[in-house]
Write a protein that binds this ligand. Structure first.
Ligand code: ACO
Length: 428
């Protein structure tokens, strides 16, 4: 017999179904609770609330497990290419060679962006944050491809939109960077792989051939794979909820980029390096900062430490820590900020406050370190995260559409003023 939960409200008992996932995760289904009892549940930050059933990513925060479509993240990061992982997330299975060739060719064909978009870049201030530019640019793609706005579009049209956004995001990101630097834009080179092409658009010049460093390219491939999906995080939930109103995919992804920007989410990788630089410039040693992070009257937190779901270790952090060491060795980088990172990690990991709360370095503690070593400027770090996370957002959006999920619209418990009469302004 299947398990149920019982709840007693105002002396009346209600039986609620229990849903069990393929990894034995259990959830109480409260979808009929309000209509039966008048009660809703409340859970700020959705810490105990499942918003959907999903077959994309499995994450066990207690045991540090992360799998995309059943494949362990460690194996994918070691063996796969980023576009192979994108295919896996979106389509559900690893592609065979023919399927991968089709996917890669189609994405490669769409790397150029409409020349009219150049005028948008001209209008942004030169020091505009690239995440603001990227979010606006991706939303504006919907105006160049108006067919994407039709919620009843064909499967082929939807597929084309997905390929376009995967193809164009790196082009727009690199253009945002070049704009910021005052450098000429480097056009995509469709003879290169996805990651190589991004590196040449970022670091190449129209006047010379750009040579891709394989160590840098491998590290980038790994980083993008590690960020490719993370089930119902803040930005993925945002993409699903925006998409649930049948807004087009470009707009939903643009909203996902906006959600990712915040320092408590994707913006943490930028915040980590800024924090390390502050610590270095302060010159007062590390303990002071660890103490500040522990002090409840001080809003300072150790950026790159802690995670909503990983309370033992972040499996991505393990892989990326090794990649960071390899990259620093291979590139022969000796950077005092990176030394501070290592020392801070050692101090915090021994400190009882961090041990008691299960606060460990998360993926973004190390990803910022690698991006810095690769020469990517700090305010582009979150952009790199967005490029990595894009297939996950698309997969989450597609699943939401295919499952026919209703529009996302939570309830609330109202705590404001009771009914009162309007008072004329002269009597207030
Ligand atoms: N530094 C100091 N104390 C911390 C930190 C930190 N980085 N993170 C959590 N804590 C403390 C909290 O003060 C709280 O202490 P208390 O129990 O004494 O009140 C306890 O640890 C639990 O923290 P919560 O904020 O309740 O945990 P939550 O799951 O809500 O937050 C979050 C997770 C937002 C990631 C948090 O750890 C944080 O702010 N970290 C720094 C920002 C960061 O690195 N974000 C990147 C996340 S990874 C990603 O998005 C890919």
């Amino acid at each position: 017999m299947s398990e149920t939960a019982r709840i007693i409200l105002d002396g009346k008992e209600y039986e609620l179904p229990v849903i069990v996932g393929t990894e034995d995760e259990k959830a109480i289904d409260i979808s009929k609770l309000r209509s039966a009892s008048g009660y809703i549940t409340i859970d700020p930050g959705f810490k105990n609330t499942g918003s959907c059933k999903s077959a994309i990513t499995y994450l066990d925060g207690e045991n540090g497990i992360l799998r995309y479509r059943g494949y362990p993240i460690e194996q994918l990061a070691e063996k796969a290419s980023f576009l192979e992982v994108a295919y896996l997330l979106i389509k559900g299975d690893l592609p065979n060679q023919k399927e991968l060739d089709w996917f890669v060719n189609s994405i490669t064909k769409h790397t150029l962006v409409h020349e009219d978009m150049k005028r948008f870049f001209e209008a942004f201030p030169t020091d505009a944050h690239p995440m603001g530019i990227l979010s606006s640019m991706i939303a504006s793609l919907s105006t160049f491809y108006p067919e994407s706005q039709n919620p009843n579009r064909s499967i082929e049209d939807v597929e084309l939109t997905m390929h376009r956004v995967i193809a164009k995001l790196p082009t727009l990101a690199a253009q945002a960077y070049k704009n910021n630097m005052g450098h000429p834009v480097v056009y995509p080179n469709n003879g290169l792989s996805y990651t190589e092409n991004f590196l040449q658009m970022m670091f190449g010049l129209p006047t010379e051939d750009y040579k891709v460093n394989p160590v840098v390219n491998d590290a980038l491939n790994k980083l993008l794979i590690l960020h490719a999906d993370h089930e119902q995080n803040c930005s993925a939930s945002t993409v699903r909820i925006v998409g649930s109103s049948q807004a087009n995919l470009y707009s939903a992804i643009s909203a996902g980029i906006a959600a990712l920007w915040g320092p408590l989410h994707g913006g943490a990788n930028q915040a980590v390096i800024e924090m390390l630089e502050t610590i270095k410039n302060d010159g007062g040693g590390l303990q002071k900062w660890v103490d500040k992070a522990k002090d409840k009257s001080d809003s300072f937190r150790l950026m790159g430490f802690g995670h909503r779901v990983y309370k033992n270790f972040d499996p991505r952090a393990k892989i990326i820590k090794k990649a960071a060491d390899d990259v620093l060795d291979a590139l022969g980088i000796d950077d005092p900020v990176l030394e501070i990172a290592k020392e801070l990690e050692a101090v915090a990991l021994k400190d009882q406050y961090f041990v008691d709360r299960g606060l460990y370095p998360n993926v973004d503690f190390y990803s910022g370190i690698i991006y810095r070593a690769l020469g990517i400027p700090t305010d582009m770090f979150t952009v790199m995260f967005a490029i990595g996370r894009l297939p996950g957002w698309i997969a989450q959006w597609k699943e939401m559409v295919e499952m026919g999920e209703p529009i996302g619209r939570p309830r609330q418990v109202y705590t404001g003023a009771n009914d009162r009469n309007y008072v004329d302004i002269s009597n207030r």
